[in-house]
Write a protein that binds this ligand. Sequence first.
Ligand SMILES: [Zn+2]
Ligand SMILES: [Zn+2]
Length: 113
Amino acid sequence: MEFCPKCNSVMFPTKTDNGTVKLRCRSCNYTIELEKESVEKYKIKKEIKHTPRDKTVIIEDADAVQPMPTVKVSCPKCNHNKAVYWQLQTRSADEGSTIFYRCIKCHHTWRTY
Ligand SMILES: [Zn+2]
Ligand SMILES: [Zn+2]
């Protein structure tokens, strides 16, 4: 975890257009260019998930770029009432977008339509 030298906020890694990774402060927009060695550890990883219908979707790991928003929803597994969520546009237009939830307590992931 890096902190902004200017305002002490947490800094988040962002990918620039030329492929390098910078740390950016979200409060004052101060940026730090990462050294080559530390770029590795901030590399934005890709996760491959298989949906029940066996479509393969690639999800950019949102955690690496920004914290995911949380929402009050009860987990079907452990009944905890907070989960992070993200939205995915499915390939066929008639299905619309799918909302995924992940319980912040037990990490159970489920989705709604
Ligand atoms: Zn700052
Ligand atoms: Zn849970």
